[in-house]
Structure formats: structure tokens, C-alpha cells
Write a protein that binds this ligand. Structure first.
Ligand SMILES: Nc1ncnc2c1ncn2[C@@H]1O[C@H](COP(=O)(O)OP(=O)(O)OP(=O)(O)O)[C@@H](O)[C@H]1O
Ligand SMILES: [Mg+2]
Length: 322
């Protein structure tokens, strides 16, 4: 049986017997992803983060007997760092590589319209996760749960949502150790400083996802250009040297831009009809040149400021794990 069929097979056997079948069906449609399809090798660098995730998520899943009592796995793991550095990508890779059900939650999918709906949704989410176990619940931008802006009712809703979340996280731990059905919580944020203490305490492992260093940038460019033909003079090391301070997402944009440049030049000055007549095979044949890269680097500026990096480093030295 192929992996996909195996997943489907498991999914069809999953029975949700909680108290809110309607909410569960809605959540299932919105957030459930049984196979996000990202491999470890698709994520460049971040070896330290990968190691910590192995220890806190991967191994406990395969050796639950060992991770009991004082060795119990962390209740929750937080990844923090500047935008576009691979946090979401890494979460998907962990879920794929472990064959876990992946539930990708943003805070908006937990915010209900009616009184009490948010708490019900949150409870339902964790029930659903147990029904689909092993499951990874990934809460993106978890800091937005603690935001105090907005109207008084919004604030009240978010306060109640947060306290339900705290209760559910505490519950995770007990059920993980007794039933052997593992549910892991992974969260991500760009603003770790906005997390309140109670939530921070429950996210026991806090992993810094920094901007890519030189080696990682090289690897990232290679991953991005796996399927693209390059001119022989293209020097990836030089591109990596020139992109200090760029995030993984910025680098991906550079690769995309450079790889489109050949086509752009080919159709420059032509009308739409004329460019349609250019042979497809002719465009497909154009390799990406070093000049394309240098132009793209010039055009695309880094999105993360140095102030941002300092803010993260400061928080890391105070609250981070290694
Ligand atoms: N380490 C990496 N390896 C491979 N690709 C990366 C890496 N970091 C970033 N990317 C590229 O950047 C894109 C955005 O990454 P991702 O969505 O994981 O960032 P993020 O850290 O979750 O950002 P945000 O904080 O804004 O949510 C990815 O789809 C991928 O193309
Ligand atoms: Mg993200």
C-alpha cells in the first residue's frame, strides 16, 4: 500500500466521538492535513533546531516506553525567529517524517462568533487531535492569542480562549503518558516577547530559528534550483556571500526572480501575440546565468532588520533552549 493510501485508510477509520461533531467537521475541513509532503532534506540548515525536534517529538513517538516519568517529552515546543526563516516548513517536515496528522491552526480558526464558541473550538481541536493521533498541532503566530488590542469583547474572548488552551496543554501531558496516543504541540511566533508567562512556561522547549548562515544559504539555493538548468559559470558560493542578512524566503524570491529572467529577456519588446509564438522549447532551454542572479540580488532587498535580529537574540539569551 502506498503511503497516501495508508494515510487515507487510517483517516477513514478515525472516529470522532466527542461532544461537538459539527464543530469537529468544520475544524477537520479547515485545518487537517494528513500529509503535508515536506521532507527533512527540503529544509536547509537549521541542524540545531532539527536535533531538538528529534529529541522532543520524533524519538518520544517511536520510544514511548523510554520517555516516561521524569523523561516525559516537553508539553509544547516553541519556534521563534524572524519571518521567512523556515518555521512553518520545519513543522511540516517533522509531521511528514513521523507520519503524523498535521493540524495547522492559526488563531483565527479558533476565534468563534458566539459566546463560548472559542473555548468549544479549542476543546474540540484537542479531542480531534487525539482521535487522529499521532498528531502534531501546529499553532502559527501564537503571540496573537495574547494580544490585548481590539474591543473589550474581543479581549474577553481571547482571554477565555487562552485559558482553555492552557488547560488543554496541561491535559496533553497526562494523556500522552497513559494512552500512548501522542499529540504534540508546536507553536511559532515572530514576537516571542509578546507571549505571556503562563503560555511561555508551557512551551518548555524554545528553539531559535535564525537567519540562514553562509552554508545554509548555499544549501537553500541548491534546493531551490534542483530542477533548473544553470549556466556553467554560475557560482553559488558567490551568491551566498552576497546575501548575508537575507532570510530563506528572500533567497527563494531571488532564485525565482533569477530563474525567470531568461524568459523575460526573450519576450522583451514583443507583443503578447508575438511572445505566444515563441517556441516553448526555446524558452525551456534558456539556462539561468550568473548575471540573472546578480540582477536579482540587486533588485530584492532583505526583509529582516538588524533591530529585529537583536530583539530575538535578546529573548533567546533570556528564555531560549539549546
Ligand atoms: N531553511 C529553509 N530551507 C528551505 N527553504 C526555506 C528555509 N527557510 C525559508 N525557506 C523558504 O521560505 C519560505 C517561507 O518559509 P516559512 O513559511 O517556513 O517561514 P516562516 O519562518 O514560517 O515565516 P513566518 O514567520 O513569516 O511565518 C519557504 O516556503 C521556503 O521556500
Ligand atoms: Mg510561518
Amino acid at each position: 500500500m502506498s503511503f497516501e493510501n495508508a494515510v487515507k485508510d487510517v483517516k477513514s477509520k478515525v472516529k470522532y466521538d466527542g461532544s461537538h461533531p459539527k464543530l469537529a467537521a468544520r475544524l477537520e475541513k479547515e485545518i487537517l492535513d494528513t500529509n503535508p509532503g515536506v521532507k527533512w532534506d527540503d529544509v536547509a540548515g537549521l541542524s540545531e533546531a532539527k536535533r531538538i525536534l528529534q529529541e522532543t517529538v520524533v524519538l518520544p513517538l517511536f520510544m514511548p516506553e523510554y520517555f516516561q516519568g521524569i523523561r516525559r517529552p516537553s508539553r509544547g515546543v516553541l519556534m521563534f525567529g524572524p519571518p521567512g526563516t523556515g518555521k512553518t516548513l520545519l513543522a511540516k517536515a517533522v509531521a511528514t517524517e513521523c507520519g503524523m496528522t498535521f493540524m495547522n491552526i492559526s488563531c483565527s480558526s479558533l476565534c468563534g462568533n458566539w459566546y463560548g464558541e472559542s473555548e468549544r473550538l479549542t476543546r474540540c481541536l484537542f479531542e480531534l487531535a487525539r482521535a487522529h493521533a499521532p498528531t502534531m498541532i501546529f499553532i502559527d503566530e501564537i503571540d496573537s492569542l495574547c494580544s490585548v488590542r481590539g474591543s473589550a469583547t474581543k479581549h474577553e474572548t481571547s482571554r477565555r480562549l487562552k485559558s482553555e488552551l492552557l488547560v488543554q496543554i496541561d491535559g496533553l501531558n497526562n494523556s500522552n503518558s497513559t494512552s500512548g496516543k501522542m499529540v504534540t504541540l508546536l507553536a511559532a511566533t515572530n514576537f516571542p516577547g509578546n507571549l505571556d508567562e503562563a503560555l511561555r512556561r508551557r512551551l518548555e522547549k524554545r528553539i531559535y530559528i535564525p537567519l540562514p548562515d553562509f552554508e545554509t544559504r548555499k544549501e537553500l539555493i541548491q534546493i531551490n534550483l534542483k530542477l533548473i538548468e544553470l549556466a556553467p559559470e554560475v557560482d553559488i558560493e558567490q551568491v551566498a556571500q552576497k546575501t548575508e542578512g537575507y532570510s530563506g524566503d528572500d533567497l527563494t524570491n531571488i532564485c525565482r526572480d533569477a530563474s525567470l529572467n531568461g524568459m523575460r529577456q526573450k519576450i522583451a519588446g514583443k507583443t503578447i501575440d508575438e511572445s505566444k509564438n515563441i517556441l516553448k522549447s526555446e524558452i525551456l532551454k534558456i539556462p539561468v546565468t550568473m548575471e540573472d542572479f546578480l540582477e536579482a540580488v540587486d533588485k530584492i532587498k532583505p526583509t529582516v532588520s538588524s533591530g529585529d535580529i537583536q530583539r530575538h537574540q535578546k529573548w533567546y539569551s533570556e528564555f531560549g533552549s539549546s
